[in-house]
Design a protein around this ligand. Structure first.
Ligand code: NAP
Ligand code: MG
Length: 476
């Protein structure tokens, strides 16, 4: 049979204008860039820009600007007025959508199809959604006159840089808080583009401040005594350190940490649909997803059939240039993350699981890892317990619904889960027994600003999104 090759369909990068160096965004203006950190394109290892490493003095200036803006402007402003700014930001994000998508793909390594069709539209949707709440907070169920908390210190990871920024900033602004946000070291560029959007929207100076830098900058921010509310998304390890550092202070904190989600497929599930959901669950965004379906639990009687279909489907995945519109799986975000994925996969080999990847040619430069599944995994294996945060699926089997639930819940995490079955009653019964913040039924990795998201156990606490997401930013 003749196979037709795909012609490359690259998105142009000419729409983005990356400066060689960036300063910090404090009190409505950019400081002069003093360098300190380089951000690279993980698909090519090309250095994109130098960004400033914010130290104690810069964090101090940003928090002071946020405090002034809170006291003088944003805190006292009527909700209906704040809403106008949020709507304006949402519309500018839409206007600049293509540029933001290209910039995100270049800095992060994710396929343009995802940044263009998922991340950026959801960013705009979050601002639109929370704009709608700004003048209705009295009716949100948090008391008759809920007040903002004050200055929020927010620290976000590199897997969904602009979307995590939106999850943090939109509800905080809607509720009347001001913000100092630190993006991840490897993906600062869309946060800096967002700073420009704040200027474009005429947001009063100091309402949003962006400080770049590494983990130390994050620590300085969350430990700053004049921060009232800490919001963090990232690893459980850093989350734990943050929880310790704010313990005993008056600060409020919400933590969105790791996961090791079970995607449970029963024997009556439509296999082809389940395969699509499994692929989306673990290979979307190179598996750099805290709620990724990284443990497949498949009922033993259909395991062979399902794995055969899954392998056939995986052989169709196109791995490569993130800016090519045909690409399904892009680059791993950093060499450090690639090392971690390699190390945990090697542990899978050592512990006796069987590794399989489709034949695929990986580019020579950049950070790449082929889509991979491990079969013959037991619950004791590291690859069944630890978050790999890469395109690696661990496959386990079960015989009865009770065994599926027990295995699914046998994890220190509890962020998300998936259930695949033809029976509605079974979906409800199983979902009820799963200790996971989000349970998807016959789908996976679906997000909507109106839907709350968050974890149990070591996946953190607090909810983001929806009406629930307002609570973290309201004193009531
Ligand atoms: P991380 O270290 O927790 O980084 C998350 C954010 O926290 C980044 O902005 C980071 O800055 C900052 N940070 C680091 N140390 C800090 C400290 N002591 N105080 C305050 N902020 C601090 O995560 P990572 O190293 O990027 O990834 C490690 C693992 O975390 C991954 O393999 C994955 O398992 C998990 N992870 C989970 C999520 C999630 O969505 N739940 C997201 C990312 C990673 P720098 O980037 O500048 O270091
Ligand atoms: Mg980068």
């Amino acid at each position: 049979m003749t196979r037709f090759e795909y012609a490359p369909a690259p998105e142009s990068r000419s729409i983005v204008d990356i400066r060689s160096s960036y300063g910090l965004f404090i009190d409505g203006a950019f400081t002069d860039g003093t360098g300190g950190r380089k951000t690279v394109n993980p698909a090519t290892e090309e250095v994109l820009a130098e960004v400033t490493e914010a130290g104690a003095a810069e964090v101090e200036a940003a928090v002071a600007a946020a405090r002034r803006a809170y006291t003088n402007v944003w805190g006292p402003m009527r909700g209906a007025e704040r809403a106008k700014y949020l709507y304006r930001i949402a519309r500018i994000v839409q206007e600049r959508a293509r540029e933001l998508a290209v910039l995100e793909s270049i800095d992060n390594g994710k396929p343009i199809r995802e940044s263009r069709d998922v991340d950026v539209p959801l960013v705009a949707a979050h601002f639109f959604y929370y704009a709608g709440w700004a003048d209705k907070l009295k009716h949100a169920g948090f008391g008759h006159d809920p007040r903002p908390v004050g200055v929020a210190g927010q620290v976000i990871p590199w897997n969904f840089p602009l979307l995590m920024l939106a999850w943090k900033i939109a509800p905080a602004l809607a509720c009347g808080n001001t913000i100092v946000l630190k993006p991840a070291e490897t993906t600062p560029l869309t946060a800096l583009a967002f700073a420009e959007i704040c200027q474009q929207a005429d947001l009063p100076p100091g309402v949003v401040n962006i400080v770049t830098g590494g983990g130390e900058t994050g620590r300085l921010l969350v430990e700053h005594p004049d921060v009232d509310k800490v919001a963090f998304t990232g690893s459980t390890e850093v989350g734990r350190a943050i929880a310790k550092s704010v313990a005993g202070t008056r600060k409020r904190v919400s933590l969105e940490l790791g996961g090791k989600a079970a995607n449970i497929v029963f024997d009556d599930a439509p296999i082809d649909q389940a395969v699509e959901g499994i692929v989306n669950g673990i290979f979307f965004n190179q598996g750099h997803v805290c709620c990724a379906g990284s443990r497949l639990l498949v009922q033993e009687s259909v395991a062979d059939e399902l794995l055969e279909s899954l392998k056939r489907r995986m052989a169709q995945l196109r791995v490569g240039d993130p800016l090519d519109k045909n690409t399904d799986v892009g680059a791993i975000n950093s060499s450090a993350q690639l090392d971690r994925i390699r190390e945990l996969s090697a542990a899978g080999d050592d512990e006796g699981a069987q590794r399989w990847s489709p034949p695929c040619e990986l580019p020579e430069r950049g950070f790449w890892f082929a889509p991979t599944i491990f079969t013959g995994v037991t619950q004791a294996h590291r690859i069944a317990r630890e978050e790999i945060f890469g395109p690696v699926l661990s496959v386990l089997t079960f015989r009865t619904p009770a065994e599926a639930v027990e295995k699914a819940n046998n994890t220190p995490y509890g962020l998300s889960a998936g259930v695949w079955t033809d029976k509605g009653s079974r979906i409800l019964r199983i979902a009820d027994q799963l200790r996971a913040g989000v349970v998807w039924a016959n789908t996976f990795n679906k997000f909507d600003p109106s839907s709350p998201f968050g974890g149990y156990k070591e996946s953190g606490y607090g909810r983001e999104g929806g009406r629930h997401g307002l609570e973290a930013y309201l004193a009531h």
